[in-house]
Design a protein around this ligand. Sequence first.
Ligand code: PEP
Ligand code: MG
Length: 903
Amino acid sequence: MAAVEPAREAAQKWVYTFAAGKAEGNAGMKNLLGGKGANLAEMASLELPVPPGFTITTEVCGSYYENGRRLPDGLAAQVERAMALIGEETGAVFGSEENPLLVAVRSGARASMPGMMDTILNLGLNDRTVQGLARNSGDDRFAYDSYRRFIQMYGDVVLGVSHGVFEDILENFKNLNGLSFDTELGASEWQTVIALYKKAIEDATGKPFPQDTNEQLWGAIGSVFGSWQNTRAVTYRRLHGIPDSWGTAVNVQAMVFGNMGNTSATGVAFTRNPSTGTREIYGEYLINAQGEDVVAGIRTPQPLTLQARREAGDPNPSLEEEMPKAFEELIRIFDTLEHRYRDMQDIEFTIQNGRVWMLQTRSGKRTTEAAVKIAVDLADEGIITHEEAVLRVDPAGFTQLLHPTIDTDAEKELLTTGLPASPGAAAGRIVLTSDEAERQKQQGESVILVRAETSPEDIHGMHASAGILTSRGGMTSHAAVVARGMGVPCVSGAGALRIDENSGTVTIGEHTLKAGDVITIDGASGCVYAGAVPMRQPQLSGNFARLIAWADDARRLAVRANADTPKDAKQALTFGAQGIGLCRTEHMFFDAERILAMREMICATEEEGRKAALAKILPVQRADFIELFEIMGERPVTIRLLDPPLHEFLPRNDAEIEVVAAALKLTPDKLRARITELAEFNPMLGLRGSRLAIRYPEIPEMQARAIFEAAIEAGKRIGARIEPEVMLPLVAYRREFDILARVIRSVAETVEKETGERLTYKLGTMVELPRACLKAGELTEGESGADFLSFGTNDLTQTTLGLSRDDAAPILSTYTTEGIYETDPFVSLDQEGVGELVRIGTERGRGVKPNLKVGICGEHGGDPASVAFFHAQGFDYVSCSPFRVPVARLAAAQAAIREKLAR
Ligand code: PEP
Ligand code: MG
């Protein structure tokens, strides 16, 4: 067998070449070639100007890690052939002194992971080839500057010599020679710096800087594969749910130079505005600069178009003015790419001596606002269908559109302005480091991360922040790109900020702010205000309304809201809820004034005391229900009987105990004794739900009366028949259901007799316990069985996993880090475990009542992945908190469309 293995390996294709007009790969091969590699191949096939190169597949990355970080044997020969091909295309030779070929080595995973892995440029330079480059370019300074950049990158990435070492050398050199800027160093200065760099490498590693260009190439390839497992990349994957097993590809490509003088440039462009979605070229460029300079935020780039330059009031020329021919060609290329990919593209390009080269294209990251506009516009332009438009928007980000905006009428003190990098307004305390942002977030603080610029090391802090403010960097700086992707409001490049981490201060003109002071940023206008500015709730109209209407046309699942108060119900209706799937009646009593009656009822020692408290509660509940029914009209409203875990409602401190004791005519000590009696070790598994109702039937009696009387009254007021859905919580046995059903039905009969009105209502149960799933058939069987089932997946998750809802946080963090839970099971349904019970419950319920109405009202009703699961199970509706209703509408539509496409 051992002899067969290498032969099989050698036969495997690990390298795919591309050059303008010919490519072995295409855009459909992202899994194998990574996003960057697949798109380079596609651009090459479209005959676009792509520097020739090749992609080493993601399979090699897999093999590299499986074999203890060793590259497979057959790879070398394939790389050698591909390098020769680049040489043929460019007319240059790798390692040649006369006409040296230089290459860039870049990572490129299936999913874009901007800045997370390593890149090495100018590879192929050594003490001899640099002279060839100098001769051929006619520019010594350029050649030696390229060489020192290469040594710096290679030293840092491949040889592990920190880039700080190189920065210190350069700073010292400049200080000693009275120089301030890199641009002041000529060829001979760079040669001195190069000698110092090489010495530093030899001192640190014990070996000279490699002069063998093949050794350089393999060092770089190994490092890029190795960077798949660096801390930044691992954190990014965890945050974005990217599996470790995907691996990265490596792209090796002939170098093109944007730093060959003033007819060269490098830039990035979006074919539409990624912040607003407006159809306009949007991007930045730098004359005489190399790749990473634009995103690094060191020099401030200039806008591409004349219009953008005018709008920004930028005195420097746009690319459109500076290099009109190259600009025109770029516009043509952008159009070709948008039509080919049928989506907005994010592009990197370089202009070398006036000639345009395409380095990358990919579907651009965008804010949700932009995603909606772009999807609607592309559909209007006939490029995609309505259903495709619906699939283009990530439902999880939909809540971004529900971001508040600054109240324009409010009084506010403008501190400064920067660039409107990611929309939404946010107020919070100033923090100056990412670790501090994370720490304060854990303590429940809303924070604004204020930095000169951000880097990939700041991901955790950016995630923890309500908003991000930077003093440097443009609209495509790290902070701007990442904040937009995360949906976090961001103002970037607020140049007036002076940040001093040591003293913990931020100075803006004569203002000095301290860490901990509250500011407000407006990512839509770029304004920064003092204090917390009042905000306005969003309006859901325009493009949003059109897209969501297309989604509603496509979906099968109904979407209801969990709403406990008239205010919630109104909010839910504005977000398009089709009914209320869960009204938690105990939540109607959280109010300070009302909670007293509730506490009296819970703490009463005798039935008499309980009845007196219930008599106080009845009119309040009835009035609430009337209002709720009036707001919801003929839409379904599910009212759940009282389900308080007792500990949430018991009086806690002496003051509360005194008030309740007085109301119950008990001494505080007697009440304390009663509270001790009621205390439970596991309140979530204690006297709650149907158990409470069976123990104290006067409670469901009162609630049923309030519901039915309210239905009749509200029905009269709005001139419609209101059919309430009464729901029993935490039921596991048919007998529990029957006992409570008898109480409710008899109240209904009494109310009918008293009022002379006929009532129609449904009586159903929540499914929150594994036993209820298993016995769903029994619970629903027959005329007197449950009319509907509503899965309470919060409790069902708690009871299936045996994991307390209230105590899960520390366990969740360990378990998600260890990969035991893929995601928090209280946020996204554990489809394999809890989902199996849901499937069994639905099947058994519908087995005895084929038309049984089945819904879900746990938090999972607003989680896109879970919504897709409930759709697949044939549910009638999901119900979620009002702010998640648009998310659920979109997710339900996407599930239906994907199901159709899969057929
Ligand atoms: C549930 O358990 O899923 C549910 C909706 O009920 P609650 O969250 O009120 O326990
Ligand atoms: Mg529950």
